[in-house]
Design a protein. Structure first.
Lengths: 114, 111
């Protein structure tokens, strides 16, 4: 969905490096999410935020941190990257006001940790 | 959280109707059933959502029996471009954070 953008789209880094993945949205949604997807598996929720002052851990938050700089921006950081964090990362938004919990996903960031 | 169970994979041919069934025995009163579609290296995309009976949109139909312990996504006359992974999710509308994606069903459409 072009309304949800992620940067970078691809990143290769080394073990121990700090990495930040950024997500921006123009949908005006309050709720934002970060997921990771490993090959052949479903998505796992890392963190979610219901508004600028709200941050919540998801299923697999260890090794990750997030920052909600504004309604439109939600960043995911890997403080010290490790190889098993190699995955596809998706950002998503939602708005319960539209009557469903439909989530709108960005194009994803492919991260490789060597 | 209600757990869902769906087939790991399915094969079909172009032009056929495909039905993917999802079991959710522990569905709660406030839960809705939502289906997403995901193509390789892309984020999931919402297909359809329902609470009971039948819901139809331009892409698919969703059939939900009275006990709501299962649901069936129906894709009419599939094409090669419908090859994707389909996820069944159960959760209440307000709790978007409860969206839990399992492994999904890999649908492969053959010519």
């Amino acid at each position: 969905d072009a309304d949800v953008t992620q940067t970078p789209r691809n990143r290769i880094t080394k073990t121990g490096k700090r990495i930040m993945l950024e997500c921006s949205q123009t949908k005006g949604h309050d709720r934002m999410y970060w997921y990771r997807q490993d090959p052949g598996l479903g998505l796992q929720l890392i963190y979610y935020s219901f508004d600028v002052k709200d941050i919540n851990k998801g299923e697999i938050s260890d090794g990750y941190s997030v920052s909600r700089q504004a309604q439109a921006k939600f960043s995911l950081s890997l403080e010290s990257a490790i190889p098993n964090q190699t995955a596809l990362y998706f950002c998503a938004t939602s708005d319960p006001g539209i009557g469903s919990n439909e989530q709108f996903f960005g194009p994803g960031t492919r991260l490789t940790v060597l | 959280l209600a757990k869902t169970t769906q087939p790991i994979s399915m094969d079909s041919y172009e032009g056929q109707e495909v039905n993917i069934t999802c079991s959710h025995n522990n569905i709660a009163t406030n839960d809705y059933i939502t289906w997403y579609q995901q193509f390789p290296s892309q984020g999931p995309r919402f297909i359809i959502q329902g609470y009971k009976t039948k819901v139809t949109n331009e892409v698919a139909s969703l059939f939900i029996p009275a006990d709501r312990k299962s649901s069936t996504l129906s894709l009419p006359r599939v094409s090669l471009s419908d090859t994707a992974v389909y996820y069944c999710l159960v959760g209440d509308r307000a709790g978007g954070f409860k969206t839990i994606f399992g492994a999904g069903t890999r649908l492969f459409v053959k010519a």
